[in-house]
Design a protein around this ligand. Structure first.
Ligand SMILES: Nc1ncnc2c1ncn2[C@@H]1O[C@H](COP(=O)(O)OP(=O)(O)OP(=O)(O)O)[C@@H](O)[C@H]1O
Length: 339
């Protein structure tokens, strides 16, 4: 598959092709601020997870981006213009916002041919996109006999019909088994390596960690954090410290500006990207350690830390971890906020 060459939009030649810009976007439904002064950028050549719990405002944001509803204020652009101003929208953006429904008596090929015809695309595109998603073997099979994984692939195939530079997909990993997730990861990477923009919304954070290299995290309509997964993990890693008497170390850590909490079993969880400083403080304070380890990065845990402060342990320095996560610093920490 090759990247579609798009003519630059007249008057917007400077806007990088495939870039999505959400700028101060707000949507109010009655008393509800579904999306609240949201700003972030999605760059081409990457897979970006658009993450948030149910009701965070993901779908509302994507609907505004795709021109399906009007913002209360702010703008959402693709290639520097709103969706309605795109000269070739279907060849620029492929989107699947809700779980695709298929006519059960149609074959996969027929389903795609209908979409291709509606978009003014040649019928042969149906077979080309079936091939791209690995469904050629099921082209003549009725969709009622498709597995969940095959349905997901068929939905993806439909978004690829116009060979778009930008892909916007809602929960594409839903219902996929580990093999399906592995395939999806390779597929997204391939699309991104061709220079496409892949924006994938999900509340399944563990799955997104497998497929995305960047993430935009949303909660209650507002941006919580945006960056590469590596950047997001920096400054939010947790060191686990165990020992028979950690009180002197806890005091030393708080004095050195570390934040964290103590668990009921006496162990400590300390915000840190590496262990040298903590190990040194333990050494100079004569504190016996039974464990000093870094917890593996887990997007799901990060998300709950950022949005709810899910860890229930007692804060040992009085600093709310959410404050630290949204800009506070401790030695070796980075906010990871790219905006
Ligand atoms: N047309 C509407 N009228 C009134 N309220 C709405 C409308 N659409 C969305 N909302 C509200 O806006 C908030 C954000 O909803 P949205 O569907 O964008 O969230 P989401 O992050 O996509 O959630 P989910 O993962 O459940 O799809 C919710 O509180 C929802 O009830």
């Amino acid at each position: 598959m090759t990247v579609a060459s798009q003519p630059p939009a007249s008057g917007h030649e400077l806007a990088p092709e495939g870039r999505i810009v959400i700028d101060n976007l707000t949507k109010v439904f009655g008393q509800q601020r579904a999306v609240d002064q949201l700003s972030f950028t999605v760059e081409p050549g990457s897979v970006t997870g658009f993450l948030g719990p149910n009701g965070a405002g993901k779908t509302t944001t994507l609907r505004m981006l795709l021109g399906l509803i009007a913002p209360t204020s702010g703008v959402a652009t693709i290639n520097g213009v709103s969706y309605h101003e795109l000269p070739l929208p279907l060849q620029t953006v492929g989107a699947a916002l809700e779980a695709s429904s298929f006519h059960p008596a149609h074959t996969g090929r027929q389903h795609l041919q209908i979409y291709a015809a509606a978009a003014g695309l040649p019928s042969r595109r149906a077979d080309e996109v079936l091939d791209i998603v690995g469904l050629s073997g099921a082209a003549t099979k009725k969709t009622k006999g498709y597995s969940m994984g095959m349905r997901q692939r068929l939905g993806l195939a439909a978004t690829l019909l116009g060979d778009p530079r930008v892909l916007i997909l809602d929960e594409p990993a839903n219902g996929l088994d580990p093999e399906g997730i592995r395939w999806l990861r390779g597929f997204f990477r391939h699309l991104a390596s061709e220079g496409r923009t892949v924006l994938v919304s999900s509340h399944q954070l563990a799955e997104i960690q497998e497929v995305a290299d960047r993430a935009v995290i949303l909660n209650r309509g507002r941006l919580v954090r945006a960056g590469t997964l590596a950047e997001l993990s920096r400054g939010t890693s947790t060191a686990i410290v165990r020992g028979p008497d950690l009180a002197p170390l806890q005091q030393a850590l708080a004095g050195a500006g570390f934040t964290g909490s103590t668990d009921p079993d006496g162990s400590m969880r300390v915000r840190a990207d590496e262990l040298t400083h903590i190990g040194h403080l333990a050494f100079i304070n004569n504190v016996e350690l039974h464990e000093l380890s870094l917890e593996a990065f887990d997007l799901e845990k990060l998300f709950f830390t950022l949005t709810e402060g899910a860890h229930q342990g007692q804060q040992f320095d009085g600093v709310d971890t959410r404050a630290a996560a949204s800009g506070g610093q401790h030695p070796g920490a980075s906010t990871g906020d790219l905006r």
